[in-house]
Design a binder for this molecule. Structure first.
Ligand SMILES: [Zn+2]
Length: 334
């Protein structure tokens, strides 16, 4: 009797094992082929894209409007950065046009965090202005007691500057922020916590801090800030994986952000009068427009500021504050 015999069960077990092996092998082959096909497709797409970039034959008529150029490049699959480069070949002030169409807007088109803080919007500028031979003194990280010293020096020389502030929870800090606003300087945001690992951990965490900064500065000064400086600059080591989303989201909400093209390096613990003076005077060399990064929390900044102002005036620079209509100074773009 074969059925029910020891041999029957032996065969049954063996054929079951064989069947399982066959199924597993088929699955492996199927998914292997599929993933290699997808991989091939991705490699091809990448190659096409590289080809497109290297050919650099855009055939866009000179009379085309910025919107037409932008649309044409977009259709060809160019990145936002490439579009900026192409537009700038045609007109160096094109930065503003690209900015208006939202930097990296594809990055956040459908992201869920775009619906957070539905009131956190400001009116974007209608145009950007460029003033030649101008210095923008910018002071990050305040308020602090040094902020008051800086205000006194600026007043002495009748200079308006820009304060990218971290906000404050103390009454004293809020008073200082109010004084900055009342003196007619520009009030910008620079995050509330200033903790890179927190704010750059996700777009949601960034927005939470961004909103808190906005509210804090508005409550303290009565000014609705519309300019921002990313802690560490718009592209830094801590935000390198999400900077495109952050930039897209900040600009989508109408805010304008500013990096710098001269750094006083005054936040460095080893900074001295000599090092700060040298960094700024060397930094502005051959620059028509200088956006100078300094800090409102450092004694060395207060000690050096007056001498720097005298030097820069002597070099023929005018001083101005940044508003959201000032042409942005952004890393990587002229
Ligand atoms: Zn800072």
């Amino acid at each position: 009797m074969y059925f029910g015999s020891v041999r029957f069960f032996k065969d049954l077990i063996l054929s079951s094992i064989a069947l399982i092996i066959v199924i597993l092998l088929s699955l492996a082959v199927f998914f292997g082929i599929k993933s290699s096909a997808e991989h091939k497709k991705a490699v091809q797409a990448m190659a096409q894209y590289q080809e497109l970039l290297s050919q650099d034959k855009l055939n866009i008529p000179e009379s085309a409007s910025f919107e037409e150029i932008y649309a044409a490049l977009k259709q060809k699959g160019y990145s936002a950065q490439k579009i900026v480069e192409e537009l700038q070949k045609i007109d160096s002030s094109a930065m503003g046009e690209v900015y208006k169409t939202n930097f990296y807007s594809d990055e956040t088109a459908a992201a869920s965090y775009t619906s957070l803080y539905p009131d956190l919007y400001v009116s974007p500028p209608t145009e950007f202005k460029y003033s030649p031979k101008t210095v923008y003194l910018t002071f990050d990280d305040g308020p602090s007691d040094y902020t008051l010293d800086i205000l006194n020096i600026l007043e002495k020389y009748d200079i308006k500057a820009t304060f990218f502030m971290c906000g404050s929870s103390s009454e004293h800090g809020k008073e200082i922020m109010k004084k900055v606003a009342e003196a007619g300087h520009s009030i910008g945001m620079h995050s509330l916590s200033h903790k890179y690992d927190e704010i750059y951990s996700s777009p949601e965490a960034f927005l939470k801090d961004f909103n808190a900064t906005y509210q804090n500065i508005y409550e303290a000064t009565g000014v609705k800030p519309n300019i921002y400086r990313f802690p560490g600059g718009s592209i830094n080591n801590s935000n390198r994986f999400i900077y495109r989303q952050l930039i897209a989201e900040v600009t989508r909400r109408g805010f304008v952000y500013y990096d710098w093209n001269v750094s006083a390096e005054d936040a460095d613990n080893a900074a001295t009068w000599t090092s700060v003076y040298k960094n700024v005077t060397k930094g502005v060399e051959n620059k028509d427009r200088a956006v100078i990064l300094m800090h409102a929390t450092r004694e060395v900044t207060v000690l050096t500021l007056e001498d720097l102002i005298v030097y820069l005036k002597d070099k023929g620079y005018s001083f101005d504050k940044i508003t959201n209509e000032t042409k942005p100074e952004i890393f990587g773009y002229k």
